[in-house]
Design a protein around this ligand. Sequence first.
Ligand code: NAD
Ligand code: DAU
Length: 332
Amino acid sequence: MQNLLVTGGAGFIGSNFVHYVLENTDDHVTVLDKLTYAGNLESLRGLPEKRFTFVQGDIVDAGLVEGLVAQADVVVHYAAESHNDNSLHDPRPFLDTNIIGTYTLIEAARKHNKRFHHISTDEVYGDLELDDPERFTEQTPYNPSSPYSSTKAGSDLLVRAWVRSFGLQATISNCSNNYGPYQHVEKFIPRQITNVIDGIRPKLYGKGENVRDWIHANDHSSAVLAIIAKGKIGETYLIGADGEKNNKDVVELILKHMGQAPDAYDHVVDRPGHDLRYAIDSTKLRDELGWEPKFSNFDAGIEDTIAWYRENENWWRPQKAQTEAKYKEQGQ
Ligand code: NAD
Ligand code: DAU
């Protein structure tokens, strides 16, 4: 039994991880989350009280962070400002949380000599051409495009420097695009599903040719647990499940499963600097740690995700109108 401190555990991937840990291990979980617009306590409802504690607070609060890190065996750091579109309109919170917040956590982990796992993204590597035969590997040079991805790249480099300079007991993972329950309606897949439920046509940025490498949030969680258990200190592991799809195909799949015509969507103004394609080669994680994804059927995963949003309207409804109003202002 270990005590895990999970930052950002009220967000999309963090909350999926907390559910996964409580269902698949004996570990105790403490979540530290600021409850920004992206955090939702409803995502953590009904968890066993003896094995779960929630603390509302900011990861830049050094006093609070130090006390919690001191009590933990392992820190799993998910908290971030995570949405590219937001980072293009107001980058400052991305610097505060992703850079200063990560710095605050690794300083505490260093002081108390705690095992630290840093959650990051494939976006730190920039993007690939559609026909590039190569995919991202742990050796790909960093080349981030957006304020979001550049702050995530910065946070990864801080962790690497703390490992080398101070002997921090850390690992890093860079994962591709996640889908599944509890994802905020600002993100691509939930936005389109909830748009169709509301009778709004899905919105595709630009031509819809951009490719993302989709992985179910539970497969991300199992990979993170494998890295915490068996990963080598100081190493980076790429997490991906061979799920490349272009955005147009994803919208058409959602429309098909929701009983709509395949062309019942609108093209809207493109994202500035929009990364064209992400693709992960996860050979190292599979070969060295024996990890395999379980959710290999994207079609079935999307059907389940649509069902979850249909059944959990109370969870997403409070954010929907405000999110769409913001997109409308931006012509998206
Ligand atoms: P999210 O936006 O859904 O959740 C972020 C959570 O962090 C929220 O609960 C929010 O309240 C909390 N938070 C934000 N600022 C905080 C602060 N200063 N102090 C404490 N808590 C704070 O994000 P997500 O999509 O679940 O992403 C989680 C992590 O995974 C991020 O680090 C992100 O970079 C990474 N990641 C995401 C994806 C993806 O597809 N969404 C893929 C790879 C990696
Ligand atoms: O690759 C991992 C990253 O995936 C994470 O690091 C980020 O935190 C996460 O938000 C996600 O970033 P993306 O920018 O790829 O995700 P988003 O859901 O915003 O968009 C996915 C794709 O869909 C992207 O090509 C933009 C496009 N899009 C998005 C929205 C919201 C649309 O075409 N229409 C939309 O309405």
